[in-house]
Design a protein around this ligand. Structure first.
Ligand code: AMP
Length: 548
């Protein structure tokens, strides 16, 4: 298949903002594709080269792309930067630069989808000395064979920002229509295997096989999410009586996959963290008495001197570091609190009720001070639940209420479990714009637009501006994190790919015409960065409406 066919579809998609029109364009296109092409095409439509369950990354940011464009187009890096300022987007810049070059050279225009895949798939293995040059060459080879329109989309694909407005939701609905399957069934299959290329290939070969997609060992699942409640009474109302009430630990959600002596661990974002936590792997091997299982747990960092829990922020330094892991495991040892069982010895437990899953979990864990079952009680008494809540907020974050009769619903916030935290005026939001600071902070971003999610059409809706609660180090760190995400610059304001999630507290939510959401946060302050959350897990517009 020619890459041109795909880039023409991207252009069609860019010409509309209407979700139904985008879905129809993709439905038509998906119906025509061969089964060997559909997986990669679906990934590219979502702007991601690799499926979510695959940890590979291209690792190419704006600066490397600018250099690649300069080399391919035969212009200087400064010129590309100037053009970027004018066009406000590196994809459009690539279109211009390649267009100019094509006026003076002949071009073959025989770029195929397979060639794009072959080159992009080589990139993650390019590491170490000389890897930058190699990556540059391989992307430049694609751009040299691209026409201006293809160059635009290749650039955006490489940078991981398609800007066509197509997200997982549109792809899911278009696949459903193309293969006559409900969007719900597609989502269910995806939540289990977290791989849209596999889901779409399965559909293309035989739509009926979608229901055969099952939870698989060593492929992370989309975890079940928990709603928020504001009192013990409301907790019981949501999950029924009696319920299991557990301490809500302030750490990192860990999906543990074990087969014999092989253990792999994933975060809730599906990132693999096995290499960073050899101590955790050891505890799991010693204490989980099952040959094959998938378990969910919360991993918490502890101060080695006082044996007191450290805030999540500390643990995130261990997640980021891939070296000196043994030293780090001494500086910040971890404990693992297990709370759910998803698979045991080839049997999926997702459809079993929580009480059964919990009983099985208890039966296979031999607890020790480093790994244990999350502290909890089975009760229908509000005063017992209050007592555990008071205990829970002293050293940890609060409590979870769990419905004894509920199955495990991957990827959804169904209310089979709810959380009760100490501060209720907080939200997880994503940063969608930033503004350069003034005075000594003029090189850093000094304030940020926060947005919540409209899950129906995958759009982010602004809800307030954040500029307080940061230390100088945090402003600097955040600027570094956000710079590669810049999509558009407009004097002091930049538009960003939604990626960085922050937890903020605020005094009040008010109705406001200033922001897209129709609401404004009064006095938002940063509590912490939520490196463990992806933008599709943030507060939704209906959460905001409910809180307001
Ligand atoms: P939040 O991150 O505020 O949305 O709260 C939900 C998170 O609490 C889950 O994703 C888990 O990482 C964490 N958590 C801590 N303790 C537990 C527990 N006992 N059961 C379930 N989740 C827990």
């Amino acid at each position: 298949m020619k890459f041109k066919e795909l880039s023409q579809v991207f252009t069609k998609l860019s010409s509309t903002t209407k979700r139904l029109e985008m879905t129809a364009i993709l439905e038509d296109f998906f119906k025509k594709l061969k089964c060997e092409d559909i997986g990669f095409v679906v990934q590219l439509c979502m702007g991601k080269v690799f499926p979510a369950n695959d940890p590979k990354e291209l690792g190419i940011a704006n600066n490397m792309m600018i250099e690649t464009l300069a080399i391919t187009g035969g212009v200087s890096v400064e010129d590309v930067k100037k053009l970027w300022k004018i066009h406000g987007d590196l994809g459009e810049t690539a279109k211009y630069v390649i267009g100019k070059k094509k006026q003076v050279t002949l071009y073959s225009n025989d770029l195929t989808l397979d060639k794009v895949k072959e080159n992009l798939y080589k990139i993650p293995d390019m590491t170490g000395k000389g890897s930058v040059e190699k990556k540059l060459k391989i992307v430049s080879e694609l751009l040299s064979n691209a026409d201006p329109e293809e160059a635009l989309y290749l650039t955006r694909i490489v940078l991981g920002s398609m800007r066509t407005g197509v997200g997982e939701g549109v792809v899911r609905d278009a696949l459903g229509k193309a293969f006559n399957v409900t969007s719900d069934d597609i989502e269910k299959a995806y939540n289990l295997c977290t791989d849209y290329s596999y889901v779409s290939e399965t559909l293309c070969k035989n739509p009926k096989n979608i229901s055969n997609i099952k939870l698989k060992l060593f492929s992370p699942i989309k975890v079940m999410l928990f709603k928020k409640v504001s009192s013990v009474k409301e907790g019981f109302e949501e999950v029924g009586k009696p319920a299991i009430i557990e301490v809500k630990y302030d750490g990192m959600r860990l999906q543990i996959h074990k087969l014999g002596n092989e253990v792999r661990m994933f975060t809730r974002n599906l990132d693999e963290v096995t290499r960073q936590f050899p101590d955790a792997v050891k505890y799991i091997k010693e204490s989980i008495k099952a040959n094959e299982c998938i378990i969910e747990a919360e991993m918490v960092g502890f101060n080695p001197k006082t044996d007191k829990p450290e805030p999540f922020q500390q643990l995130s330094t261990r997640i980021k570091r891939k070296y000196d892991v043994d030293k780090l495991s001494k500086d910040l040892p971890v404990k693992i609190f297990c709370f759910d069982l998803l698979m045991l010895d080839k049997k999926s437990f997702l459809d079993d009720n929580f009480e059964e899953r919990h009983n099985k979990l208890v039966s296979i864990i031999k607890p020790n001070p480093n790994i244990m079952i999350a502290k909890g009680i089975k009760t229908d008494s509000e005063s017992d639940a209050e007592k555990l809540f008071t205990e829970g907020i002293k050293e940890q974050e609060g409590v979870m209420f769990k419905n004894l009769k509920a199955p495990y619903q991957a990827g959804s916030r169904v209310g089979f479990g709810v959380k009760l935290k100490s501060h209720m005026t907080e939200l997880d939001l994503v940063i969608t714009e930033a503004y350069y600071g003034k005075g000594k902070r003029r090189d850093w971003f000094g304030s940020f637009t926060l947005s919540c999610l409209d899950p129906d059409d995958g759009k982010y809706l602004s809800i307030g501006k954040l500029g307080t609660g940061f230390s100088d180090e945090q402003f600097e760190e955040l600027t570094k994190k956000l710079k590669p995400l810049v999509m558009k610059e407009n004097n002091e304001k930049v538009v960003l790919t939604p990626s960085v999630v922050v937890e903020v507290e605020y005094e009040e939510i008010q109705k406001s015409p200033t922001y897209d959401s129709g609401f404004a946060l009064r006095f938002p302050r940063l509590i912490r960065f939520r490196n463990d959350k992806k933008p599709d897990e943030i507060a939704t517009i209906s959460d905001v409406e409910e809180l307001a």
